[in-house]
Design a protein around this ligand. Structure first.
Ligand code: PEP
Ligand code: MG
Length: 872
């Protein structure tokens, strides 16, 4: 089986086999771009390697040798030859982009002998020995597993002794002596010599790249980005070109358009006289690409052409790595550029306008979760800010948190419930678990294209990097900015959009819609079939939701209206009532409060349906806990107060249940205490009536929670219909087109949906409870206890409280929809659990033919786009 392909043999469609990088190198080679020749070892070879217990099978090694030989012919060089040595890079290349997560080795093929050849050939001894020491360092680290700091220490010692301030000032003798130090370092720490046999170097390097597929940070990255473990990585072997041969050399990274704003200009960084690793690792702070115009005008012009060509070819913004070797430009890699939400939307709209892609393509390119980022907060500029320093604006959004100086502390503190900002001199891919839990990331070194900045952007986290004016003392766990010292645990604010680091916490402003987002949302609305409603409990949220394009309210949780202090007191009086009359008196106080909220919501949703759910949670949730009451009792002074507190404690005991989520809640409350529901229904109709008097078009939909048996709904529906008759005398009744429906959130309701549909105008799937009760997982405890283990051990593919379990819970939904419609073909159906704002779950709702999904206001744009994506 063919497991090795020369670049000239592949193409962009072979991504699954050649990996993203390999397929793109092949495609570029085909289209005549200046790509240094090489070959790709396939992902199938990677599987073969793992199957042979991490050994390269003999037949694979033979194919590699053959292609290596061809490469020697192509380049007129010879691997391991002392006069004209071929040097190669060995790089990972997974199918899905995983920037910086796996390993790379450069300058492979150098040894004590070939280094002399390279020196003679280039007439640059200093350069040759610099390459050689880099190889030993990378090889030692990546292949032999020696920590990089061991090499760094030796490097700094040598530079100090020889009085060199910067890499470029080191002499040949300096590098030579460092090479001897490095070799000793390898011997002591790896227990073996650095291999002088170049074929052994190659074999070990390939093995190391395959193995890096399973390193810790790659595994975490795959988990975050839902990349299957079974994909495996390809390995690219490419002949080296050198950006570190002198001042007519250089290396850099360029995006064909700005990945932060989507603006049309080239965006990137480069370093003169350097190798690729220097740019991305953040060891030296690179120059912005515009300055290349003056430094190497010819190369800049060529680069502009290459960018145009590649962008047109791939019909997308590209992220390109290039090297200049003695005045000649080489393209080492291209891939679709990572971008933040703002840029993603702008680019999508621009590409449609330029006729490069269709509207559907544009919509499919919007990563729904990236909209979170666009709808991110920013700094409220009207307030005075103490700006500590300004770095590079690597990823937009504002973040507030306490400073922590390493990833492990970030993880620990975040677990303890703190909001943290990860502050590091430079972030490396090993910090990924810290980045994941942080509100934002600050670094003092490294450019906009450093790997960690790319990762932060991908996660939509605010990030400021290359902030050179702060000095970070990791050991001392503090940071110096001008006169200020920020200790670990001090509050700081980051503005990822401007690069500012601000002292303390500052007020933020909420995110707003951009014109591009509006445009794309309109395209989405034309395409989608699902309607998008909002979960909103008060007039303010209802207004926000409408602003985001909500087409109605799918869930108003009325209990949320009772939590304001003055309302809670009335609610508690209602619960404490000993007689029906007492309870009614308390309910009379609550009625106008609910009514005014309903009026506000109806007003905000003029002309659109408003689904109001009657009281759902168990009553004890409205009473303080016993410990708190006991404390108050001890402090109480008057006897009346004491008596009241004692009654409360008794009531709390009375209401205590072993399984409150399976207890006296939802419609069960409504059946036992009909006066509560009576009050709520009356408030709804009074509000409707008042709004109609003002000319507002009101469409109330009254929703009964936790129904499991048709008889429950039947009784409660009677309550509603009776109240409607009272509120709307015969002539007015026709005007208020109310509906009565139920949540389907108990498995029995789904199973008996046909019987239930007899009394329902609509079904709304409460997938939070439905998931809880179908799996038998407590929605309040499961995540903290076993669900994370389940995810880690891959017992479950997703957290079922986030991504709808289409196989199990989904089956109940399909069944209920079919059964309900078999009785009432026009039965309205929707989903209002947390899943209503999640892309895969929305796709399920579309497939199942629901009428709507309902989600929190800020997720509405996302839901509109996800619904369109599902329909394409
Ligand atoms: C549900 O159970 O999915 C639901 C929407 O209701 P709640 O979250 O209020 O229980
Ligand atoms: Mg529920």
């Amino acid at each position: 089986k063919k497991m090795v392909y020369a670049f000239a043999e592949g193409n962009a469609k072979m991504k699954a086999l050649l990996g993203g990088k390999g397929a793109n190198l092949a495609e570029m080679t085909r289209s005549g771009l200046p790509v240094p020749p090489g070959f790709t070892i396939t992902t199938e070879a990677c599987h073969a390697f793992f199957q042979s217990s991490n050994r390269i099978p003999d037949h694979l090694m033979e194919q590699i040798q053959l292609d290596l030989h061809r490469l020697e012919e192509d380049t007129n060089q010879k691997f391991g030859d002392s006069s004209c040595p071929l040097l190669v890079s060995v790089r990972s290349g997974s199918v899905s982009s995983m920037p910086g997560m796996m390993d790379t080795i450069l300058n492979l093929g150098l040894n004590d002998d070939t280094v002399k050849g390279l020196a003679a050939l280039t007439g640059n001894e200093r350069f040759a020995y610099d390459c050689y020491r880099r190889l030993i360092q990378m090889f030692g680290n990546v292949v032999l597993g020696i920590e990089s700091f061991r090499f760094e220490i030796l490097l700094h010692k040598m530079m100090k002794n020889s009085g060199a301030g910067q890499d470029q000032e080191v002499t040949v003798e300096g590098w030579r002596s460092l090479i001897e130090d490095y070799k000793r370092c390898v011997k002591t720490n790896a227990g073996r010599e650095f291999p002088q046999d170049v074929h052994e170097q190659l074999k070990l390097a390939i093995e190391a790249v395959f193995k890096s597929w399973n390193n810790h940070r790659a595994q975490i990255y795959r988990k975050i980005h839902h990349i299957p473990d079974a994909q495996g990585t390809a390995v690219n072997i490419q002949s080296m070109v050198f950006g570190n041969k002198g001042d007519d050399c250089g290396t850099g990274v360029v995006f064909t358009r700005n990945p932060s704003t989507g603006d049309g200009e080239l965006f990137g960084e480069y370093l003169v006289n350097a190798q690729g690793e220097d740019v991305v690792s953040g060891v030296r702070t690179p120059q912005s690409i515009e300055t290349l115009k003056d430094v190497m005008p010819n190369i800049y012009d060529q680069l502009v052409q290459v960018c145009k060509k590649l962008e047109q070819h791939y019909r997308d913004m590209q992220d390109i790595e290039f090297t200049v070797e003695n005045g000649k430009l080489y393209v080492l890699q291209t891939r679709s550029g990572k971008r933040n939400a703002q840029a993603a939307l702008k680019l999508a709209v621009e590409f449609v306008k330029e006729g490069v892609i269709s509207r559907e393509d544009a919509l499919l390119r919007i990563e729904a979760f990236h909209l979170d980022q666009l709808l991110h907060r920013g700094i409220d500029e009207s307030k005075d800010l103490e700006v500590l320093a300004t770095g590079l604006p690597a990823s937009p959004g504002a973040a507030i948190g306490v400073a922590v100086f390493d990833a492990d502390t970030a993880a620990d503190w975040s677990r303890a419930g703190k909001q943290v900002i990860l502050v590091r001199p430079e972030t490396t891919p090993e910090d990924i678990h810290g980045v994941l839990v942080s509100e934002g990331v600050l670094t003092s070194r490294g450019g906009m294209t450093s790997h960690a900045a790319v990762v932060a952007r991908g996660m939509g986290k605010p990030c400021v990097c290359g902030c050179e004016s702060v000095r970070i003392d990791v050991e001392g766990r503090r940071m110096f900015a001008g006169e200020r010292v920020i200790e670990e645990g001090d509050w700081i604010t980051l503005d990822g959009a401007s690069g500012r680091v601000i002292m303390g916490t500052v007020p933020l402003r909420e995110a707003a819609m951009t014109t591009e987002l509006r445009e794309i949302l309109e395209w989405a609305d034309d395409i989608r079939k699902l309607r998008v409603y909002a979960n909103a409990d008060n007039p303010e949220d209802a207004n926000t939701a409408r602003g985001f394009g909500a087409e109605g309210i799918g869930l108003c949780r009325t209990e949320h209206m009772f939590f304001a202090p003055e309302r809670l007191a009335a609610m508690q009086r209602m619960i404490m009532a000993e007689t029906v009359d007492e309870r009614k008196a308390a309910l009379d106080q609550l009625l106008p409060m609910q009514q005014s909220d309903f009026e506000g919501i109806f007003h905000a949703m003029d002309g659109l349906p408003v689904t109001i759910r009657l009281l759902d949670p168990p009553l004890h949730e409205f009473l303080p806990n016993t410990a708190e009451l006991q404390r108050k009792l001890e402090d109480a002074e008057s006897t009346a107060e004491k008596a009241l507190l004692k009654r409360m404690i008794r009531k709390v005991h009375e209401l205590h249940e072993s399984n409150p989520m399976l207890g006296q809640r939802g419609c069960r409350l409504g059946i036992v205490y009909p006066e509560i529901y009576d009050m709520q229904i009356e408030a709804i109709f009074k509000a409707a009536s008042a709004c109609m008097d003002k000319g507002i078009s009101v469409l109330p939909e009254i929703m009964i929670p936790l129904v499991g048996h048709a008889a429950e709904l039947q009784r409660l529906r009677e309550l509603v219909d009776r109240a409607a008759e009272q509120e709307f005398p015969a002539d007015k009744k026709r005007d208020c087109k109310y509906k009565v429906g139920t949540m389907i959130e108990v498995p029995r309701a789904a199973l008996t949906a046909r019987q239930i549909a007899a009394h329902a105008d609509f079904f709304s799937f409460g997938t939070n409870d439905l998931t809880q009760m179908t799996f038998g997982y407590s929605r309040d405890d499961a995540e903290g206890k076993f669900l994370t283990h389940y995810m880690d051990q891959k017992v479950l593919p997703h957290n079922p409280f986030q991504v709808l379990d289409s196989e199990g819970v989904g089956q109940l939904i399909e069944l209920a929809v079919a059964a309900g419609r078999s009785l009432k073909p026009t039965l309205k159906t929707g989903l209002c659990g947390e899943h209503g704002g999640e892309k895969m779950s929305i796709a399920f709702c579309h497939e199942t033919g629901l009428d709507y999904v309902s989600c929190s206001p800020y997720r509405i744009p996302l839901a509109r786009i996800a619904a369109a994506q599902a329909a394409i």
